[in-house]
Design a protein around this ligand. Structure first.
Ligand code: HEC
Length: 115
C-alpha cells in the first residue's frame, strides 16, 4: 500500500511539473532620447531582460574571436560611442584593417531608415 502511494505521489508530481508552463519572459522597451523615433523591435523577436544580458555578455566576451583575444568591445568601446577612436581598426595579431570601427549608436538610425 505504501509503495502504491509513493508511486502515485511521484506520478502526480511529475505530471504537475510537466503541466507548468515556462515563465513568460518580461518584455522590455528601448528608451530613446527625446526627439528620436522609437526603435522598432520585430514582433517575432521581442526584447527581454535575458536577451539583453546574453547580448551584453557576448559583446564583451573574447571567446567569439578566432584566438579568443578580442571581443566586440575591443573595437566598439562603449565609452567612446562604441567606436575605437582609431583611423583603422586593429584585428587579430595586430593586423590593421581598411576601415575604422563606426560608432554603433548610428546603426540603429540606419536600421530605422531601412524599414
Ligand atoms: C577588429 C575590430 C572589430 C571588432 C572586434 C568588431 N568590429 Fe564591428 N566593425 C568594425 C569595423 C572596422 C566596422 C566597419 C566595417 C565596414 O564599414 O565595412 C564595423 C562595423 C560594425 C557594425 C555596422 C555598423 C554600421 O552602422 O554600419 C556593427 C553593427 C558591428 N560592427 C558590430 C560588431 C559586433 C556585434 C562585434 C562583435 C561580435 C563587432 N562588431 C566586432 C570593427 C570591429
Amino acid at each position: 500500500m505504501l509503495r502504491c502511494t509513493i508511486k502515485l505521489v511521484l506520478v502526480v508530481l511529475a505530471m504537475s511539473a510537466c503541466a507548468r508552463p515556462d515563465p513568460v519572459p518580461e518584455e522590455l522597451s528601448l528608451g530613446v532620447p527625446v526627439g528620436f523615433d522609437p526603435i522598432p523591435v520585430p514582433p517575432h523577436n521581442r526584447l527581454t531582460e535575458a536577451k539583453v544580458r546574453l547580448g551584453r555578455r557576448l559583446f564583451f566576451d573574447p571567446i567569439l574571436s578566432a584566438d579568443s583575444t578580442i571581443s566586440c568591445a575591443t573595437c566598439h568601446i562603449p565609452k567612446i560611442l562604441f567606436s575605437d577612436g582609431k583611423p583603422v581598426s586593429q584585428g587579430l595579431n595586430g593586423r590593421l584593417g581598411a576601415r575604422n570601427a563606426p560608432c554603433l549608436n548610428s546603426s540603429v538610425l540606419r536600421y530605422q531608415a531601412s524599414l
